[in-house]
Write a protein that binds this ligand. Structure first.
Ligand code: GUN
Length: 283
């Protein structure tokens, strides 16, 4: 079997076009969605992610502001900044780019963002709402993965989904979203012995670890749907996923590439959440 490749960049492009016209309509009603991104320090990867978010916002017509603060910013200063953004009625969404410098407690920062402006979906209130299937901001990467599966009319209900990785940002919430859509979910992680025994049972395999090519064809069931969330820079400077694309392509029924897979969808869902924030706050 040769897998159908799910191109996240193509899907992201069509969703961004839809959002662009949605924002035009909102602007006619006097609503301009506004996102403020806070970046601490000058980590090149974070800068590059943030610039991708700004480009997407510009294209869609979302007003985006970058607040670039020095690495020396204290936790107290950052919490004050967030407090001001929480109070600023023009700001609909707040995103603090992670990771933060070691002297700032990430959880304190995440919990300082008002849940109504939590477009990342990282606040414990947002996570709790997702868990209990209430309306909320869904975390962007899991939301993007769900949208990719739905775009190919892939049935989730009744399927065995195996998640490799248990981060708060991707692994844990994507399993929860698939559970909410009636999948049977298994989590694997660094302490799982004989991991391939589990991955080989997956109808839907989601890999979010950050280890280049860790999943080969021998770890995949024939006909499985394989979603690769990993982004790894290898020795030759190119980007590669956690899944060995060339071998798994010959065994899976669907496969996402890296780059041009999940990454562009993450940014797109952030824009969707920002538009939702603007709509909700206008009510
Ligand atoms: N760093 C890597 N991914 C993300 C993300 O989705 N949101 C934030 N805030 N920081 C990140």
């Amino acid at each position: 079997m040769t897998a159908e490749i799910i191109y996240g960049d193509k899907l992201a492009e069509s969703l961004r076009l839809e959002m662009k016209s949605e924002v035009e309509t909102l602007k006619e009603k006097g609503i301009t969605p506004k996102l403020t991104v806070v970046l601490i320090g000058d980590d090149p990867a974070s800068k590059s992610y943030v610039s991708g978010k700004q480009k997407a916002a510009d294209f869609i017509g979302i007003d985006s502001t970058l607040l670039s603060l020095p690495t020396s910013t204290t936790e107290h200063e950052l919490l004050n900044t967030i407090d001001q953004l929480n109070r600023d009625t023009k700001v609909n969404g707040i995103l603090v780019q992670l990771p933060l410098p070691a002297h700032i407690n990430e959880q304190h920062v995440i919990e300082a963002i008002h849940p109504n402006k939590d477009v990342d979906g990282f606040h414990p209130i947002s996570i709790g709402r997702m868990l209990t299937q209430q309306e909320t901001f869904l975390p962007c990467t899991p939301y993007g993965i769900l949208t990719m599966l739905q775009s190919k009319n892939i049935e989730i209900s009744g399927k065995h989904a195996v998640i490799v990785g248990r981060s708060n940002i991707v692994g844990k919430p994507v399993g929860q979203l698939l559970l909410n859509n009636h999948a049977t979910v298994t989590y694997c992680h660094s302490r799982t012995p004989n991991m391939t025994e589990y991955t080989k049972q997956a109808d839907i395999l989601i890999v979010a670890v950050g280890r280049a090519n860790m999943i080969g064809a021998d770890a995949v069931k024939a006909g499985a749907i394989v979603i690769d969330v990993g982004v790894n820079r290898i020795e030759d400077g190119s980007l590669t996923g956690d899944v060995d694309f060339d071998s798994v392509k010959e065994k899976a029924s669907f496969l996402t590439p890296v780059p041009k897979g999940v990454g562009p969808m993450t940014i797109t869902m952030l824009m969707k959440n920002t538009i939702k924030a603007a709509r909700d706050q206008a009510e």
